[in-house]
Design a protein around this ligand. Structure first.
Ligand SMILES: *Cc1c(COP(=O)(O)O)cnc(C)c1O
Length: 377
């Protein structure tokens, strides 16, 4: 029975210390919204004429989301319909491209693999933003951008630890008549909490992202802009090109998450980044060489792992056996355990250290997990 498996999965996942950079825990209220009646309803079109009946309260929910998202991000326009960050990115690219050139950090340097994969589908060529020792090489970038003149520059990465010199990229983009898409999939909750790149929307044409990584929402995507014309284009392109229905219960859940963010976003984002810096410090005291971070992510150093005959994948498997979930590509995320109210980073560093050195330090995962309690709702 699937229901048995679901119950087993719930218990199984609750037995781990969750540290995957793309995931988070939902508040009980967001979960309630997700399984409400709206989960099987339709709405078509926005603002005013709905092609479906019975949506009186749904439209009240929608109005609320628009108002609250504007407040939260100081954004003039918001489109919360994209079913995922990837769809938000696809429709935004499709709407903003004027020529066939798009500039972004390549996946080999921590960029989003989707921007490589979308080249064929959306018919563009990806020009890599040059990266030097982990951050954008702005001089080299300007040189390439001035000669190639891409119509879109994408900022934002899947490995995302430091904010950009975004004003510099903005000035460059106005000079060469490009549009900036800021892909905040990983850091949306930290931007909402004003603790990471608070000027991201001010210096970009579109800010988009997933609503479920550092943000408190259900899995989904969102697009923000202050530009009327761009908003209209995106709004028109989403429908029937990139999707039809937009999952009404997801909207309801997003609405609840936005309310939680308005109330607790600053406190949460501050604590996430504090924990992230603290864990890095403790791990580096224990012989890891993890690069500096200003976000929810720590990036494992492959040379550290190689010294102990690990790679990202085998280390992740060993960590999983020890009770901590990290992904298979070397990222550690602090957002979920922070939301679970846990902040003993010294203890977490001990677990990493014991797996790294293949020693047993007698730390009880059960004792840690027992202390978890969902916060900020
Ligand atoms: C995760 C991610 C996406 C895709 O988001 P989904 O919600 O999983 O579709 C897009 N861009 C970046 C930078 C990401 O990290």
């Amino acid at each position: 029975m699937i229901l048995d498996l679901i119950k087993k999965n719930d218990e199984y996942r609750a037995s781990f210390i969750p540290m995957q950079a793309s995931e988070n825990i939902l508040s009980p209220n967001v979960r309630t919204a997700l399984s409400s009646d709206l989960a099987s309803r339709y709405s078509l079109d926005f603002n005013g004429d709905d092609g479906y009946a019975g949506n009186k309260y749904f439209h009240e929910i929608l109005d609320n989301i628009y108002k609250n998202v504007s407040d939260l991000f100081s954004a003039k326009f918001c489109d919360p319909r994209p079913l995922s960050g990837h769809i938000a990115a696809s429709v935004s690219l499709y709407s903003l491209m004027e020529n066939r050139k798009v500039m972004a950090v390549h996946e080999d340097n921590g960029g989003y693999p989707g921007y490589v994969a979308l080249q064929n589908l959306l018919n563009y060529n990806l020009i890599s933003i040059p990266v030097k020792s982990g951050s954008i090489d702005y001089d080299a970038m300007e040189k390439i951008a001035r000669s190639e003149r891409p119509s879109v520059i994408i900022l934002g990465q899947s490995e995302f630890t430091m904010p950009y010199d975004i004003k510099r990229v903005y000035d460059l983009s106005r000079e060469i008549d490009s549009r900036i898409i800021y892909d905040a999939s990983h850091v949306l909750g930290l931007i909402a909490g004003r603790r990471f790149q608070p000027d991201a929307l001010r210096y970009s044409d579109v800010l988009l992202g997933s609503t479920h990584k550092t943000f408190f929402g259900p899995q989904g995507g969102i697009i923000l802009t202050n530009n009327d014309e761009i908003y209209k284009k995106i709004e028109k392109n989403i429908m029937f090109k990139f999707m039809d229905n937009y999952n009404l219960s997801r909207f309801a859940a997003l609405g609840v998450a936005v309310e939680e963010m308005l109330r607790y976003g600053v406190e949460y984002a501050s604590k996430v980044i504090e924990n992230s810096k603290k864990l890095r410090e403790y791990m580096n005291e224990r012989s890891f060489n993890i690069p500096e971070t200003e976000s929810h992510q720590l990036l494992l150093n492959i040379n550290d792992l190689k010294a102990k005959d690990y790679d990202f994948k085998s280390f992740s498997y060993s960590m999983e056996r020890a009770g901590i979930l990290i992904d298979r590509v070397g990222r550690i995320g602090l957002q979920e355990i922070t939301r679970l109210g846990y902040d003993d980073m010294y203890k977490i560093s001990e677990i990493f250290y014991s797996v790294y050195n293949k020693i047993n330090m007698g730390i009880s995962i059960k004792d840690i997990v027992r202390q978890f309690k969902i916060m900020y709702w």
